[in-house]
Design a protein around this ligand. Sequence first.
Ligand code: FES
Ligand code: FES
Length: 157
Amino acid sequence: MAGHSLTINNQTYNVEIKGETTLLWVLREHLGLTGTKYGCGIALCGSCTVHLDGKPVRSCTLPLSALKKDQKITTIEGLSQNGDHEIQKAWIEAQAPQCGYCQTGQIMQAAALLTENPNPTREEIKTYMNGNLCRCGTYLRILRAIEIAAEKIAANT
Ligand code: FES
Ligand code: FES
């Protein structure tokens, strides 16, 4: 057991957990941040996606021991103050979710995309979102939501 200091959604958490524990289980089981979902557990589905210093990572395979002290973790709970990130608003407008299970990861991946590339082409969106799977097949609506958000971001800049 070792002490770890984590910065999650701009809050500091001190946890006493084994270093091999993955970030996903720390978030869900120890900190009650259950918005991040467990899907495959082997970095193949994207449902556990969070941001590490703004970049999307699969938290199901990221052990605490791999995190550096000053790295900032953002989960769906911290993506925006009131659920009003352009991506979240566009998700509602496009009615993207079906069962909803994969959608946290989809939103986190899409938010990272638009930070890196605010005006992506359809092909760039498909490539970036390729590792985020949806059993309900909401891919077209996700694509549309990302385009809506990109349009809003372009209109606001
Ligand atoms: S649960 Fe992490 S990628 Fe599937
Ligand atoms: S909305 Fe059901 S798995 Fe994606």
